[in-house]
Design a protein around this ligand. Structure first.
Ligand SMILES: NC(=O)C1=CN([C@@H]2O[C@H](COP(=O)(O)OP(=O)(O)OC[C@H]3O[C@@H](n4cnc5c(N)ncnc54)[C@H](OP(=O)(O)O)[C@@H]3O)[C@@H](O)[C@H]2O)C=CC1
Ligand SMILES: CC(=O)N[C@@H](CCC(=O)OP(=O)(O)O)C(=O)O
Length: 347
């Protein structure tokens, strides 16, 4: 059994890790931290875990975490980077659900996250954990940067076109998220009265997922003659639902000889967690609720140059905890789908 630790086990992604790992056949959660709830059994906060997860929260402590084989950081940005060097030195594998190791350039990190990076020398070692893009690198990684939720939905939708160098000009990503994307910490902006029966965009001048998506698209295009040099526009929106991300991406593909449906189906045929829907389909966020799937469809409206890709994920699962477990499975040589086979909740 793999001994796993979770730092930040009271938050939404930490709790989702617990829910999924409770039925993982090869993993035992041996450490789970919370500064505020240390000493309490996890089932006291999350009664759904009663009888499934018999463990109590403890204060974060790097020496205790070093007793694990792998540690998940489900903490705010800027926390994991203080502990990662010590854990890696002790041979512990790490999957960071936050953004500490997502950007390969420390200057970019400072610009978008507002603090100096605590271990910039580790950025080159970290592997970006989007298995559909770079599974082989993840297999040998000791440190994986789990992608952001919006970047996961957007990048999976654009991957087949970017890899083939088919995108000409700019890319527009119009994305919507449920409120759990903002985390469990109490904030006025997340109150029921603030978010229900309303709908708004935010972060239009520049959201921190923008550099992450741009970096990912650049890597996808690296083997094509026309690496992506266009403008990237990313506009996130908050929608009054709890879970789910819907990303609509608009790109120009002037080559009309491409069979887009076949391109997408062939690219993702062997991917256990990407489902290309039949031509003309519109994926719904509820079709991925609580499961590790990305469902997508590709359209060329009225046969024009503009291609529209619709992509949905559950932000807490394929957008966070599920993808983190997928990465752990790959890093530890386990079956990639272990613990992640459950279909979506219905309704
Ligand atoms: N919510 C989502 O949809 C997604 C979130 N993410 C990322 O995952 C990370 C966790 O997100 P989420 O679960 O939503 O966040 P929450 O705010 O819900 O939870 C944060 C957790 O971190 C702990 N924590 C906070 N500060 C510290 C600290 N200084 N040291 C140790 N533990 C700390 C908190 O517990 P306590 O204060 O008791 O210690 C809590 O358990 C974030 O970086 C987020 O950006 C990524 C993709 C999607
Ligand atoms: C709805 C909402 O507020 N979403 C968050 C993004 C989700 C998240 O946690 O960010 P990471 O994926 O980078 O970790 C936001 O826009 O800040």
């Amino acid at each position: 059994m793999i001994k796993a630790g979770i730092v930040g086990g009271t938050g939404y992604t930490g709790a989702e890790l617990l829910r999924l790992l409770a039925v993982h056949p090869e993993v035992e959660v041996t450490v789970i931290t919370s500064r505020k709830e240390a000493g309490k059994p996890v089932s006291e906060l999350y009664p759904g875990l009663r009888g499934k997860m018999d463990i109590a929260y403890s204060q974060p402590d790097d020496d205790v975490l070093a007793t694990c084989d792998l540690v998940f950081f489900a903490t705010p940005n800027g926390i994991a980077m203080n502990s990662v060097p010590k854990l890696l030195e002790k041979g512990v594998k790490v999957v960071d659900l936050a953004a500490d190791f997502r950007l390969s350039n420390a200057e970019d990190w400072k610009q978008w996250y507002g603090i100096d990076h605590a271990c910039p020398e580790m950025l080159a070692e970290a592997v970006y954990g989007l298995p559909e893009m770079n599974r082989e690198q993840i297999q040998s990684a000791q440190l994986v940067a789990n992608p952001g939720c919006y970047p996961t939905a957007a990048q999976l939708g654009l991957l087949p076109l970017m890899e083939k160098g088919l995108v000409e000009g700019n890319i527009i990503i119009d994305a919507k998220s449920g409120v759990s994307g903002a985390g469990r910490e109490a904030k006025v902006a997340s109150l029921l009265c603030e978010v229900s029966e309303s709908f708004k965009a935010y972060g239009v001048p520049g959201h921190r997922h923008l550099p992450e998506i741009r970096q990912g698209l650049g890597r996808m295009a690296v083997n094509t003659a026309g690496a992506f040099g266009g403008e990237l526009v990313f506009v996130p929106h908050l929608v009054p639902m709890i879970r789910g991300i819907h990303a609509t991406s608009y790109v120009s593909v002037k080559d009309h000889s491409i069979d887009l449906q076949a391109l997408y189906e062939n690219r993702f045929r062997d991917e256990p967690f990407v489902d290309v829907l039949p031509a003309g389909s519109h994926p719904e966020t509820r079709s991925v609720k609580s499961c590790n799937q990305c469902r997508l469809s590709v359209h060329r409206p009225q046969g024009g140059d503009t291609v529209v890709i619709l992509s949905v994920i559950d932000n807490l699962v394929k957008g966070a905890a599920g993808q983190a477990i997928q990465n752990m499975n790959i890093m530890c040589g386990l079956n990639e789908t272990a613990g992640l086979e459950a279909p979506a909740l219905m309704p």
